[in-house]
Design a protein around this ligand. Sequence first.
Ligand code: GLN
Length: 455
Amino acid sequence: MNDITGLTLIETLKALEEKKFSSEELNKAYLERIEKINPRLNIFLEIKKNPQNMPAAIKDIICTQNIRTTAGSKILSNFVPPYSATVIDRLKEKGIGIIGKTNLDEFAMGSSGENSAYGPTKNPWNETKVPGGSSSGSAAAVAADLCTFALGTDTGGSIRQPASLCGVVGLKPSYGRVPRYGAIAMASSLDQIGPITKSVADARLVLEWISGPDGKDSNCVDPASCKVTPCAARGCLAGVRVGVPREYFGKGLDKGVEKVIREAIKKLEELGAEIVEVSLPHTEYAVAAYYIIMSSEVSSNMAKFDGIRFGSGREDFGPEVKRRIMLGTFALSTGYYDDYFAKAAEVRTLIKQDFEKAFEKCEVIVGPVSPTVAWNLGEKIEDPLTMYLSDVYTIPASLAGIPGLSVPCGFSDGLPVGLQILGKYLDEETILNIGEIYEQSTDWHNKKPDLGKEA
Ligand code: GLN
């Protein structure tokens, strides 16, 4: 492990303060590593040198002033935004700079990174595997130590799932916690920006930096305070009720993943938590409802890419984007609206109520992030339905607007597994605290992929 690039964000901030190294040395260490590793893994679409700043990697769907932002699409191959997203401005105020823009599934539509117009990113743990998606490059950049932390976006799982498949921490904040202004919209009622980090404490810090009301996003809520305080009592979960939804352990869940998740739950119990069984009965309808709602919003959001104001013409959309535009346009058309969109919206309410009911019995809900570990590149790309089903455990929380954290919790077949911790609306604090207590009592977060001698 490289001494500098192996550090977490908080460790790096401390080392800089103690003058163990300078920001120039910090950036040099990361850039040298990127030069060696990036050609193999195809993580960055753009690399920047800004030696004064803390090097962060930004998903290339988040607008960065004067830095090309492609959304992983050929359509925007020449798009250089004249402004930055609110989150980028907020990071800048904290002295954070952009070391690179990361690869992603086109317009964040996908679960494997393979829908990028710029070629797939490879999983740092095994270069024949997908890193997950759609924040494929951001998760891989953190796993391969090519940045101090990254930003991703999550509409149906795109922060949590790649974080899980790459063995790093990923937080999808509650809907409305982080301003979306400047993130190119996929499905506006679901999209959230969030951190992908090397530790839970880092995710808490980044969330604090980027969250809070913004005049440019009217959905952005104003919780009394956006501070997420770390809990005082370290290492003890006494009095915490952890809900385990029986629907998240059904068929389709890989046996190896299930074993790792069950062990993690046992660990929470050893730490003092009370484990309670809960039920989320409408889980089985979540993927279907999501594909109607999300595609409907996609079809509307993609209409602006008509070749007149932004980028090139519609023939440059990739197949997955076209598929969703067609699906969404159909679902919204006269005569079908009530059968599809209105019905899906009702299912969404039922899913939200499932969570509200379950949270009467517990403070957090835990389960797998993904039913499997990382799969082979090319394995599911011809089969969209199988690909869609890989988001079965992340989509419900997206529809309900509640926060979700992925924390490394072990390995199956030599590949990382993430534990998903879901919380009540706007209660990031509790999931981060429980995630951190779990993390600090296990060693999983210290495991790094072997990237060979040249790393
Ligand atoms: N994989 C899901 C999809 O393809 C989620 C994507 C996302 O969260 N951006 O829609």
